[in-house]
Design a protein around this ligand. Sequence first.
Ligand code: ZN
Length: 305
Amino acid sequence: MRPSNKRFFYFVSCIFGWGTILAGCTTAPQVLTISSTSDAVTPPPSGSKDYAQTLAAIASVMSRDFKLPVVDVSVTVYPSQSSYESGVVANAGRDRERLQQQLGSGAKLPSEAEFVDSLRRLAVSSSAVGNYRKVLVNDSHASRLRWQEWVRLLAHELTHSAQSELINGRLASADQWLREGFAEWVGYTVADKFGAESFAKSRQSVIDLIATARSYQTFPSLNQLARNSDWVTWLRTLGRAGTYGQALIAVDVLIEQKGIETVVDYFRLFEKVNNREKNFLTAFGETLSTFDERFSRHLGVLIGR
Ligand SMILES: [Zn+2]
């Protein structure tokens, strides 16, 4: 992938899942605007897939418990795969303009056609995308998820919006495993707070999946999961255990040892300095490579080998 495309993929945020493409109906998309409040919002009853109530409750947990900003996030819920793809592509023009403004008029971006094509491929394989003050949801897939997976999906994508809000929507080269691992961590923790499976049980299930996958797969190091383009390649090759699973456990170790506020500070550092190695050292007090080696040993102990 060309460097300009790599920068683009950093910007576009993440791919949450790889679901089957489902046919949908043709009703209009639902648009909601979500902001944090200082008030506690009652979580939805177990099993309720009311987007407005659930998103407001997630935003409340994120801001009150994790100090993550949710500011005027426009959440569009598309009823069908085709309307979701159209929505993702329609947003591509504005995203490209903002990227050009950030990088300067001299920066060479992918052509509009390449840009749209990349977004369309992302839309075909994803359930939702989260970005600066914007979340797009493919309800034809999301509505088929189990309730706790649906809650995790929304919390995951709102976390990507918050990560972007921390740096005022600027382009940042934070490590992809940290971005995704933290979004996963928030997703599982919110689901726990809403009365779904406990975080401890979910974490153990992820460790079990990693142990099984590691018995027949070669896993990437965290450093190999730093770039979005590499992340996508590993995800396609290995599936979720070696990518999202490993990233969740790595971020959980950081939060347990350094505190969640340190992780939030790490993302905030990219507003001033767009340097992944320097910011990791500043936030966590050790180098990326030191943590990578330490985590690899730790994961070996967790999975019993
Ligand atoms: Zn993500």
